[in-house]
Design a protein around this ligand. Structure first.
Ligand SMILES: Nc1nc2c(ncn2[C@@H]2O[C@H](COP(=O)(O)OP(=O)(O)OP(=O)(O)O)[C@@H](O)[C@H]2O)c(=O)[nH]1
Ligand SMILES: [Mg+2]
Length: 332
């Protein structure tokens, strides 16, 4: 990455990394192009930014009539985190999606590729994760629109068909195809900002490997697969048909993403037991206040906390880190 980039540029780049919707991404790219120092050392980067602006502009134009609704692939994130099902044709993405979320996607013995991303919710205890069923990815083809969605999602569930003889080759090819789109699947959960790759257009996507159709595979196949992959990704052996392994996915995501549930209560009122705020490990009382309402964060005085305090109802300040199942009473 070229040196001497301005703070304005770096801010715009950081905003781009976090942008989820194509329209937002486009605004950030324009800002990056405006803020980038114009000299020889940044020519490559300038060209890359321009081509991305063109791509996003074309995409929104090709969905012209429905432009006000954004791209056909834009999905509203929901739940504690968004995870995308990625895999080769017929690996069982839609079947897993159906079993995990109760969606009734059509699956069949013949190819039934989903053309558009389909969201659904995977419940876990009193929260839920958004699972997105995607069209297949192979070395030969990946829908260009998927890149934007994968840039901004929280993680990947990489589905392979353990009973397919060429399963590991397929997997390697998919990783290559994604790398061309600068999506780098990583075993590190969660991908934090400190891990951000130097290239502003590359993203790390934390990945759980689902070794599917275990019901058809030899008992050794899961171990074989793990060996072949050099134990790169965490693996769960699953069967969409008999249900094996499915119950492990929610707990894995909860742990791996470092989810922390916080229940809030207004002073003198009962606890809101139904709807925890899903924070991340390391978040503080102030982060909770920000999620509840920006005004509460702005005028925050102190909080009382039940759970991670030394005693129940202890007064804590803005920088107190919250823990799972804490109850927080915000005073502003
Ligand atoms: N035995 C067995 N069959 C499965 C399993 N999961 C999926 N299948 C079957 O595999 C075929 C393909 O499943 P899909 O869920 O459509 O696969 P997909 O990955 O969504 O396929 P595309 O959308 O075409 O990429 C269907 O016949 C499913 O019934 C499994 O765990 N065990
Ligand atoms: Mg499918």
């Amino acid at each position: 990455m070229p040196a001497n980039l301005s703070p304005e540029y770096k801010r715009a780049e950081q905003a781009y990394r976090l942008a989820r919707q194509p329209r937002e991404q486009l605004e950030c790219l324009k800002e990056m192009l405006r803020a980038i120092p114009k000299h020889k050392g940044t020519e490559h980067l300038q060209a890359d930014i321009k081509s991305r602006i063109r791509g996003l502009t074309q995409e929104s134009a090709s969905h012209g009539k429905s432009a006000h609704r954004g791209s056909s692939h834009a999905l509203h994130p929901d739940g504690a985190a968004q995870l995308c099902l990625i895999g080769p044709p017929g690996a069982g993405k839609s079947s897993l999606h159906a079993s995990l979320t109760g969606s009734h996607r059509e699956v069949g013995p013949y190819p039934h590729p989903a053309r558009l991303p389909i969201p659904g919710m995977l419940p876990f205890e009193d929260i839920a994760f958004q699972l997105v069923d995607l069209p297949p990815v192979s070395f030969e083809f990946m829908q260009p629109e998927l890149t934007n969605l994968l840039r901004s999602t929280d993680g990947a569930l990489l589905v392979v068909d353990l009973s397919a003889p060429d399963c590991t080759e397929q997997l390697a090819l998919i990783l290559q195809r994604l790398a061309v789109a600068k999506i780098i699947l990583t075993e590190r959960w969660p991908a934090t900002a400190e891990l951000a790759p130097a290239d502003p257009f590359s993203v790390y996507l934390p990945t759980l490997l689902l070794a599917n159709k275990i019901d058809l595979a030899n008992p050794e196949d899961a171990a074989v697969l793990e060996d072949l992959l050099g134990v790169r990704f965490p693996v769960i052996a699953t069967s969409a048909t008999c249900g094996r392994g499915l119950a492990e996915i929610g707990p894995f995501l909860f742990r791996a993403l470092g989810i922390v549930r916080v229940y809030t209560k207004a002073p003198g009122k009962p606890i809101d037991q139904n709807r925890p705020f899903t924070m991340r490990r390391g978040d503080t009382v102030l982060d909770v206040a920000l999620r509840v309402h920006p005004d509460i964060a702005r005028t925050f005085k102190f909080a009382r906390i039940w759970g991670s305090g030394k005693f129940n109802g202890q007064h804590v300040g803005a920088d107190h880190p919250v823990a799972d199942t804490d109850v927080v009473e915000l005073h502003a």
